[in-house]
Design a protein around this ligand. Structure first.
Ligand code: FAD
Length: 402
């Protein structure tokens, strides 16, 4: 099998342009606002950033070409998204922040032509934002999606939806919602979920409080959302009834990997800041960067960065071949979420007091990357899935040998 690691020239060029745009235009704004996008101006700021990205020719690398994007596949997205992630505001500038980027991907694969016109086109162009509403307070869906409790029942000409969601990223100010609701079966049963599309101003959708999570870089916060006798027509069904969990996988595999790409960029910034610091700072008769234990932290960061990239490359390769890549994305996501946190944590340590201060970006990077070990599947759930596959394969092999 040939292994090709060099980038096509147009991807290499876009990666370089993204790097320059992020460092010259976006990083100074992130630093000026301590990575807090609401403080920077929220949606108004997003619109300005995205206009600057359009002018720099780096906007929407992921979106299909017919919707104004660069149409990059997963492997080609990786270096571009990593450069965008070098700034916490970079993904928003390029319109590749969660959840919009994952929603573009899913709509491009599943929506019908009318839905693409109504929802995908304005989302890809950055005219609106979107939200993906799956998680519910206990005893509803969380790590275990089969606990889905939000219900959609047949109503005249469509569906009536009732339920409560939370941690819904971007809900405040979103133009539309993708809602996961149960159309058959009972909570605890696999299957029976359907995805619905609904404009945010549809009566029956109410955005509640923002949950005060650690992070500050995502526009629209992470909100509670209530669906109270929300009436949607049959045309609101995304794909087919009762296939929602299946479609969630179409979104989640790639979305996990694009999170890895973006957060890897953020971790690399942390590492670069720390290495520059220890190369300069003197102590105990040498530079800190010449001391063995500091060098160990630097080397471990380099190893974590390289290993994350390698696992990402493998998973993206499988996804680009049209494979589900369930195991490869679980492995890459779990390793990356933990490695990225370690990289940022070591980088803080190397910078001493400055590392946990507002003078360097490390403390803010740390608060942004920590939740990644929880969303898109907690590490424990991925480990459980990886182990189940391994044990399942071993049991099958034993049976075959009997
Ligand atoms: C910043 C942020 C943004 C988010 N954005 C969205 C969004 O836009 N849309 C959306 O729908 N949801 C979103 N979520 C929710 C996220 O998907 C859930 O938090 C996640 O699925 C975990 O569910 P839970 O919080 O209910 O935890 P629980 O399911 O209650 O799990 C709690 C913990 O139990 C452990 N655990 C669970 N299952 C197992 C197992 N099988 N084996 C071992 N241990 C286990 C894990 O350590 C886990 O962290 C977001 C969350 C955060 C923090």
């Amino acid at each position: 099998m040939a292994i090709e690691l060099s980038l096509p020239p147009e991807v290499h060029e876009l990666t370089e342009r993204t790097r320059d745009f992020i460092r010259e235009r976006v990083l100074p704004l992130e630093d000026a606002h301590d990575g807090d996008i609401a403080a920077a101006g929220g949606d108004r700021f997003r619109v300005e950033l995205q206009q600057a990205a359009r002018e720099a020719g780096v906007f929407a690398p992921h979106a299909p070409v017919e919707y104004g994007g660069h149409g990059l596949g997963m492997s080609d997205r990786a270096p571009v998204f990593e450069e965008a992630g070098y700034s916490l505001f970079g993904p928003t500038a390029l319109n590749i922040a969660a959840p919009d980027e994952g929603n573009v991907h899913m709509l491009a694969h599943i929506a019908n032509p009318e839905q693409k016109q109504q929802y995908l086109a304005p989302l890809a162009h950055g005219d609106v934002r979107s939200a993906f509403a799956m998680t519910e307070p206990a005893p509803g869906a969380g790590s275990d999606p089969s606990a889905l409790a939000t219900r959609a029942v047949r109503a005249d000409g469509g569906w009536r939806i009732n339920g409560r969601k939370w941690f819904i990223t971007g809900a405040d100010g979103a133009g539309f919602f993708i809602i996961m609701a149960r159309t058959s079966g009972e909570p605890g049963q696999r299957g029976g979920a359907t995805m619905f599309l609904a404009p945010a101003d549809t009566p029956g959708i109410r955005v509640g409080r923002h949950l005060d999570t650690l992070d500050r870089s995502m526009v629209g916060g992470h909100c509670e959302v209530f669906f109270e006798d929300l009436l949607v027509p049959d045309a609101a069904v995304l794909g087919e009834v009762d296939r929602g969990f299946e479609y969630a996988q179409v979104r989640l595999g790639p979305a996990r990997m694009t999170h890895v790409m973006r957060w890897l960029g953020a971790a690399r910034r942390g590492h670069d800041v720390a290495v520059a610091h220890v190369a300069r700072r003197e102590g105990f008769g040498s530079r800190l960067g010449d001391l063995g234990m500091v060098q160990k932290m630097i080397a471990d960061n380099e190893i974590d960065i390289a290993a994350t990239r390698a696992l990402l490359t493998r998973a993206c390769w499988e996804l680009d071949r049209g494979e589900p890549a369930a195991n490869a994305t679980s492995i890459a996501k779990t390793f990356a979420a933990e490695a990225i946190f370690r990289i940022v944590d070591r980088s803080m340590q190397m910078c001493g007091g400055l590392g946990v201060s507002g003078d360097l970006p490390l403390a803010r990077l740390s608060r942004e990357v920590r939740p990644f070990r929880i969303y898109d599947g907690p590490s424990e759930v991925h480990r459980w899935a990886i182990a189940k596959r391994a044990v399942g394969a071993a049991k099958r092999a034993l049976r075959d040998a009997e």
